[in-house]
Design a protein around this ligand. Sequence first.
Ligand SMILES: NC(=O)N[C@@H](O)C(=O)O
Ligand code: NI
Length: 166
Amino acid sequence: MSEYLPIHPLTKQAFLPYGDVIEADPSTMRLINGGTTERYHALAEPVVTGEPERLIFSIFRGKPRAFPYALTMMERHPHASQSFMPLSGRPFLVAVSDDVDGRPGQPKVFLVQAHQGVNYFPKTWHHPLMVLGEVSDFLVVDRDNTKQNLEEQTLERPYMIAEPTL
Ligand SMILES: NC(=O)N[C@@H](O)C(=O)O
Ligand code: NI
């Protein structure tokens, strides 16, 4: 029987080794436009290395995952960050791993609230988008020419995720 992984709330601190949390953090807020707009400044920094140094915006329309869900693989993007910001007002799941001699270690699972997004650092092992409940759209910033920026690895053993209580 595969091990069930706990689902953690997403916090900046907990996600620090893996990427940025994109949310309206009051400590980053600056009033602009004559006080009519709150700018939550520099929440994450998209990065790209290696030709073509081209970051693009895309929309991912993801289908919901069925639970209990088996994590059997992880991926990473060596040459760029990758960010996901929910557009459909629903939470989603992310799973990330430390790198262990070039392979993904045991995944950590986080519940991302509808007002939060994530920006994976380059080379962060993560599972492809995991949507909850209904088809959901996400604004994605990552590197063009994804085929040369994708490394996938099967996990040494599968891990299970139970359906999160929202
Ligand atoms: N392959 C692709 O564009 N998507 C994945 O990178 C993902 O993290 O969902
Ligand atoms: Ni990815």
